[in-house]
Design a protein around this ligand. Sequence first.
Ligand code: ZN
Length: 149
Amino acid sequence: MIIEESSPGRCLLARLDHGAEIISQITDIARERKIRAAAISAIGALSRADLGFYDQAGRVYLVRAVEEPVEIASCAGNISLLDGQPFVHAHAVLADRSGVTFAGHLVRGSIFAAELFLQELPQQDLHRTPDSQTGLKLWTGEQNSGEKR
Ligand code: ZN
């Protein structure tokens, strides 16, 4: 288990840009504001999205395209460091016009309108590195990373 403790840092509320790709835009915000760790949530709507499901046996993401307008009923995630750069990991529950939901790892999504809440956790320094048990890039603590702030 890896546990990092932090006092809350900056809180951001942001209206994201119509037509932008949501993961890229959140990553840009983190990079521009030098945010290394954060909890994030978002609501709004996407014009389309790609959702991932991690095939645990095959160790590969299976990606499902959602080619219709959807509400972001819920989107939660975090920001940590991958190769020294801010990396956004987010999951989403998306609802179509009938309320039917699609959910999974949010690979990408085209923003129709979206509102982001970001809570910086400035004392944390979580780095993602390859994990042999899962095939995923998971957190390691600062003591294992070999990199200091
Ligand atoms: Zn995920």
